[in-house]
Design a binder for this molecule. Structure first.
Ligand code: ADP
Ligand code: MG
Ligand code: MG
Length: 251
């Protein structure tokens, strides 16, 4: 599903190498987690995959279902089925959430050569998704993320994910700043979207999110590389012992 090979990334304006050869394969139907100390390059990896400006790929490749991601515009990546939920969701004053979601969905459908969804059909569709995720329909009428609490923003991202139905979902520190209840809601939302045809990459600094979203594979990233890969037990090991041992062994 997602195939990253020997990915090297530096800052565009500075001579600073951030990713130093990342290799990662996420299969359809699987949840992979990336953990690692602050500054190890986790967010940079998600930014580069989304096509954010400011980074330069100096070597390696990233493909989604065999298609070269790095060659695509951010919109093309989304249309190809990539979705990223960020640590700090943006607020869009003046744009209703419902309008935003329908515009985003129809842009993707159009890019794939599919028919747009009518306003009536979309209303039914989005209400159903909101209900499944236990999201208050009131949230659909408000401007995107404006005045939303941290938990509401995250839940809104899960709703976006459910509406767009991506093949590959990347969540970067979706748990940061969430209380236990909000984290449970977000995790339930993600778990509801787990599917044989969909891959997940869950980036988190803390183990606790992985109590709710059970990963199939756990990777530890340090200093721009994946230094260790294992099962869910690896997250527990980090929780108990910290990153020091793993980083030392990886030197
Ligand atoms: P993580 O998400 O694992 O905490 P980041 O990807 O945010 O790590 O950062 C990796 C390293 O790259 C850090 O040293 C960070 O300061 C640096 N970095 C990332 N993006 C930028 C940027 N736009 N400008 C300057 N430094 C950056
Ligand atoms: Mg960080
Ligand atoms: Mg980060």
């Amino acid at each position: 599903m997602l195939s990253i090979k020997n990915l090297h990334v530096k800052l565009e304006d500075e001579d600073k190498q951030i990713l130093k050869g990342v290799d990662l394969e996420v299969e359809a139907g699987k949840v992979h987690a990336i953990m690692g100390p602050n500054g190890s390059g986790k967010s940079t990896l998600s930014y580069v995959l989304s096509g954010k400006d400011g980074y330069e790929v100096t070597d390696g490749s990233a493909a989604l279902e065999g298609e070269d991601l790095l060659d695509m515009d951010p919109e093309e990546r989304a249309a190809a089925g990539l979705f990223l939920a960020f640590q700090y969701p943006v607020e869009i004053p003046g744009v209703g959430n419902m309008t935003f979601l329908r515009t985003a969905l129809n842009a993707q459908r159009k890019a794939r050569g599919e028919d747009e969804m009518s306003a009536t059909d979309f209303l039914k569709f989005v209400r159903e998704k909101a209900k499944t995720l236990k999201i208050d329909a009131e949230m659909l009428k408000r401007p995107v993320n404006v005045g939303f609490s941290g938990g509401e923003k995250k839940r809104n991202e899960i709703l976006q994910m459910a509406v767009l139905g991506p093949r590959m979902c990347i969540l970067d520190e979706t748990d940061s700043g969430l209380d236990v209840d909000a984290m449970k809601l977000v995790s339930d939302g993600v778990n509801a979207l787990r599917d044989e045809g969909r891959g997940f990459l869950v980036i988190t600094h803390y183990q606790r999110l992985l109590d709710h979203i059970k990963p199939d594979v756990v990777h530890i990233m340090a200093n721009g590389r994946i230094v260790k890969t294992g099962g869910p037990e690896l997250a527990l090991e980090v929780e108990q012992n910290g990153y020091a041992d793993i980083m030392e062994a990886a030197q």
